[in-house]
Design a protein around this ligand. Structure first.
Ligand code: SF4
Length: 334
């Protein structure tokens, strides 16, 4: 693939949320504190590629996705989408360019679809917002086409229904149809199957894979579930406390994890075999606060392998095998 195939490029992206200071702190001239939700991440996503961000809740993966789409404002760093710089774009250009070509699918199809709108109105809403529908007939034709594309057939059985009349899987298909209706080139899918029953997760993942194959859509897929990440992703990045600690080909990262944190996450994946012993998770404690990020390697308070430089120097993300990047002193000093 050439550089022209890069759909999304993120350089040193940061999103820090300022904390409110009390009157005592202001009078004592204490510096403002920040939640460092995303603290310098860099990656790129190519055309038709599914790039997953995985990690425990609070690691910054959802904030990264929302910041790329300018649903929240970045604190620092650069975001490029289809070669255009997005982080400095004015509102009009965001609306005319980014909102048309990039979409988001949310975790909870119960909350992301308005209960007062019919399925037809929900799917057609992005077209109406951008003034792209000229008649009711055209609206019905377009909505029917996308209902068929996401497997809700026959479409006339769905157009007049309301979200509460559908199952969770059908609702997520409606959310996907709404995301598709502007023919986007990029979709941020934030835990799109985590609220669904096990039995229908695979069908939604397969639908997303089919759409990628058919339309060449690129995805940023956000998940805490590494089994799902392995199934759907081409590339995988593991996040911890706002940073990427490991990144590479998804199968390689999961079958040959290098970072101690990735190894611990993989040891915790359930295996559907009663004879399988759950792997020991060699890390202790909880994720530290993103307000007081540990000095040096931010994983060092929980790492069983920490050694002399770990609590002083932050390890850079380096390529230790072709296409496989790790931020850990164990590898940086090889
Ligand atoms: Fe553990 Fe040190 Fe590697 Fe951090 S840099 S993961 S503390 S060995």
């Amino acid at each position: 693939m050439s550089a022209n195939d890069v759909v999304v490029k993120v350089n040193n992206l940061k999103k820090w949320f300022p904390l409110k200071r009390g009157i005592k702190d202001i009078l004592a001239r204490k510096p403002r504190k920040y939640v460092r939700a995303v603290d310098g991440v860099s990656f790129e996503i190519k055309k038709g590629e599914i790039f997953s961000l995985a990690g425990e809740s609070g690691c910054g993966k959802t904030t990264t996705g929302r910041t790329i789409l300018r649903l929240i404002e970045p604190t620092d760093g650069e975001i490029y989408f289809l070669g255009k710089r997005v982080d400095t774009m004015e509102r009009d250009e965001i609306r005319g360019f980014l909102r048309k070509k990039a979409q988001m699918i949310f975790q909870d199809p119960y909350e992301s679809l308005s209960p007062r709108m019919s399925i037809e109105d929900i799917i057609a809403e992005p077209l109406e917002v951008h003034g792209l529908i000229s008649s009711k007939k055209e609206k019905r034709e377009i909505v029917s086409k996308y209902l068929e594309e996401v497997g809700l057939t026959p479409p006339e059985e769905f157009v007049f229904r309301y979200p509460h009349e559908l199952s969770g899987g059908q609702r997520q298909r409606v959310a996907i149809a709404r995301a598709l209706v502007l023919e986007p080139e990029f979709i941020v899918a934030d835990e799109p199957v985590s609220m669904l029953d096990m039995s229908i997760r695979a069908s939604i993942l397969n639908l997303m894979l089919d759409l990628r194959d058919k339309r060449g859509i690129s995805y940023l897929f956000i998940t805490h579930d590494l089994a799902v990440a392995k199934y759907i992703s081409d590339k995988l990045a593991i996040m911890y406390l706002g940073k990427i600690v490991e990144m590479g080909d998804a199968v390689e990262v999961i079958d040959n994890p290098l970072h101690p944190y990735t190894k611990a996450l993989i040891a915790a994946i359930p295996v559907p075999d009663p004879r399988h012993k759950i792997g020991e998770i060699p890390i202790k404690g909880e994720v530290p606060s993103a307000i007081d990020v540990p000095k040096g390697c931010r994983f060092h308070p929980r790492c069983p392998y920490k050694f002399e430089p770990c609590d002083k120097e932050e390890p850079p993300l380096v390529e230790v095998e072709p296409g496989h990047f790790v931020a850990c002193h164990l590898y940086a000093r090889r």
